[in-house]
Design a protein around this ligand. Structure first.
Ligand SMILES: [Zn+2]
Length: 560
């Protein structure tokens, strides 16, 4: 049913079919003659051809679509010769089985439609679209010869049938991995998944040209989005930690090497979409830099990771982001021929060269005895994403002392607690000093949405702030305004615009080693360590506070 005439004109204005000036003219004409607006528009010849097509489509009950040309699968170009499409101003826009949907501005071109049916052997559906839209779709489907030719995963990767089957068997992740590696292998700069009609389409981008990588039924969309989320380590929409601007860097390994990707999950009008960028040339360095280290921290960790053995400890208050950092370090330490065993909370990355175990299963198999695991699997590099019991660090220190390179994660509230845990291990301080390479703490802080943050009149209390942090913090209190999250459409009501990793960092340099083996008591040792080669996050924290980008509570743990 066409909407009432008043609304119709409003709709046309929105679609850009009537200019604001023309609308005034229509109103004047209608008022002067006492006739309905739509009639005035007709009489004044103030409706564009596209608006007429729209009315026609509505009246006939044919869908009228403003199609995003980028959403049309490029493979459709193979169905229809360019000359036929251009001469008749029709464009194929989607295909389901043996049904082809064609856009035309004129739904009365029976002869053309039956010629297309005859030629393609497919049954046709018509949608009405503006002429300029059809032109843009044709430009996309039949680009000038210098463009990248359209391709389809059927040529080398996954067919639609295969994809459907894998997805229905719960193999969404495999499909996602294949598509990503395929895109990277073909030198594409990224891909995007979004709905087109009844399909979810994954489209690759190579320069200016878009190419269809895969289309599958819309019902597969959620599974694929979950698969991408899983790969990127971004919690699902319903999850407690759902992020408004969810984006993450992750890595996949294949025979041809490591590829880094950045995935963004956005809520578009037509539902959730995934946009992935292929981060090229990341083999050396960028993963480590991309995990949130500053330049100095990055350079030192790179240097330290060249050593053949030793223990590297990353603590964090929660599980988020640790695996990414550990993998980045692992890649930095890796040399061809080195045997790598990883123990992960869940498989987030696929690394063809590594032996990858899930922690629960590894614990079962080796009775949570890391030495036993090392005896069986004989790794050169052992990475454990999460060591639940700090007492296990003893075992790991001994493995490192025996010549293995061990990277592991533990949960600690802040860096102070991490260092206390290390220094109170029942181990000879000489071993600790000589086997430890690096201790670091990583905390993700939520960044306030600048659009809607609201100032708080009261300054935060410094009650639980450690003495050494007070002077700086008091100065910031005097100068800066403090904010709380609110919520607006831009941040989808959450009050936050994203997250940032803050890293504190202590390489075991000779100065630090001396402090560790000294006869001093624990408190004195801690103080010494922080005077030596400590790379704090404090400067960044201060900066974030001064700029009102975080709540005080969010960074409070840095001051304890
Ligand atoms: Zn906001």
């Amino acid at each position: 049913m066409p909407p009432p005439p008043g609304e119709l004109l409003e709709k046309f204005q929105k679609l850009g079919y009537i200019a604001a000036d023309d609308m005034r003219e229509i109103r004047n004409l209608a008022a002067a003659r006492g006739i309905p607006l739509l009639e005035a528009a007709m009489l004044g010849n103030l409706l564009q051809a596209d608006a007429r097509g729209w009315i026609l489509a509505e009246t006939l009950g044919i869908p009228f679509l403003e199609i995003d040309p980028a959403s049309v699968p490029a493979a459709l170009a193979d169905l229809l010769p360019e000359s036929m499409a251009r001469e008749n101003l029709i464009a194929p826009v989607s295909r389901e089985g043996d049904r082809l949907t064609v856009a035309s501005s004129d739904p009365f071109r029976h002869k053309v439609f039956s010629a297309v049916e005859e030629r393609t052997g497919l049954s046709l559906r018509i949608v009405v679209s503006p002429v300029r839209t059809i032109g843009r779709i044709l430009d996309r489907l039949y680009p000038s010869p210098e463009g990248v030719p359209p391709m389809d995963l059927a040529g080398g990767g996954i067919t639609r049938e295969e994809a459907e089957e894998w997805i229905s068997l719960g193999g969404g992740r495999r499909v996602a991995v294949e598509v990503l590696l395929h895109a990277a292998g073909r030198g594409l700069s990224g891909l995007r998944m979004y709905p087109v009609g009844q399909d979810a389409v994954i489209e690759g981008r190579g320069g200016e040209t878009a190419v269809l990588l895969l289309s599958c039924p819309l019902r597969c969309r959620e599974i694929l989005i979950d698969a991408f989320r899983g790969l990127a380590g971004v919690p699902g929409k319903g999850g407690a930690a759902a992020d408004p601007v969810a984006a993450a860097v992750f890595h996949l390994e294949s025979a041809s090497g490591v590829t880094a990707f950045r995935a963004s999950f956005v809520q578009a009008l037509s539902g959730p979409e995934v946009i992935v960028k292929v981060l090229t040339d990341q083999r050396s360095g960028i993963p480590l830099q991309s995990v949130g280290m500053n330049q100095a921290q990055f350079e030192i960790s790179q240097k330290v990771l060249r050593k053949e053995s030793g223990l590297y400890l990353i603590s964090s208050p929660g599980p988020e982001g640790v695996a990414t950092t550990l993998f980045a370090m692992l890649r930095e330490a890796y040399r061809p021929g080195r045997r790598v065993v990883t123990v992960e909370e869940q498989h987030r990355f696929r690394n063809e060269g590594y032996i990858q175990l899930e922690r629960r299963r590894a614990e079962e198999q080796f009775a949570r005895n890391w030495s036993r695991l090392a005896e069986s699997l004989d790794p050169d590099i052992l990475m454990i994403e999460h060591v639940p019991d700090p007492a296990d660090l003893l075992d790991l220190l001994h493995l490192a002392q025996a010549g293995k390179l061990v990277l592991c994660g533990i949960r600690r509230f802040n860096f102070d607690r991490t260092l206390r845990t290390l220094l109170t291990l029942e181990v000879d301080p000489f071993i600790l000093a000589n086997v430890m390479r690096l201790a670091m703490h990583q905390r993700l802080v939520k960044l306030l949405c600048i659009e809607c943050r609201r100032p708080v009149p009261a300054k935060p209390s410094l009650r639980s702030v450690a003495e050494r942090y007070r002077p700086d913090l008091e100065r910031i209190m005097d100068d800066a305004a403090f904010f709380l999250p609110s919520g607006c459409p831009k941040c989808q009501g959450t009050g936050y615009s994203g997250k940032m990793a803050l890293i504190e960092f202590l390489p075991f340099t000779p100065g630090v080693q001396n402090a560790v083996v000294s006869d001093a008591g624990l408190e004195e040792k801690l103080a010494h360590l922080l005077e030596e080669d400590y790379y704090p996050a404090l400067q960044t924290v201060h900066d974030l506070l001064r700029r009102g980008m975080v709540t005080y509570d969010e960074v409070q743990p840095f001051f304890r």
